[in-house]
Design a protein around this ligand. Structure first.
Ligand code: SF4
Length: 108
């Protein structure tokens, strides 16, 4: 169950996207999407960002953009909206877990 009281990543002064144009997180082609994923993959707040986004996307407060390197659900599509949100939340959970694992390996 996602914690809905997690801090919004914009409050982290060490986040990689501080000062980055928001348009960057709305990539229009595959190469730009890869760039966003790589960018977020190097963010020191990746785990916290992904954790925060889980409840946000499930509540329908995130759409279209990339958050924590994960594509948020499109507003329209064949797959039911709630299913699209759940898929994004599942991907965010994997990102958060992997980021925590990488952090622990780095600290060992
Ligand atoms: S993971 Fe990406 S979107 Fe989240 S705080 Fe870091 S740079 Fe920003």
């Amino acid at each position: 169950m996602a914690n809905q009281n997690l801090p919004d990543p914009v409050t982290f002064s060490d986040r990689a996207c501080r000062g980055v144009d928001q348009d960057f997180f709305f990539p229009s082609d595959a190469e730009q999407k890869r760039m966003v994923r790589r960018f977020c993959g190097g963010c020191p707040r990746l785990a916290e960002c992904a954790d925060w986004a889980i409840s946000e996307v499930l509540a329908g407060r995130l759409a279209e953009s990339f958050v924590a390197g994960v594509q948020m659900p499109q507003l329209y599509g064949k797959t039911p909206r709630q299913k699209r949100r759940e898929n994004a939340a599942a991907e965010l959970a994997e990102v958060a877990e992997a980021a925590r694992g990488a952090r622990m390996e780095g600290a060992a």
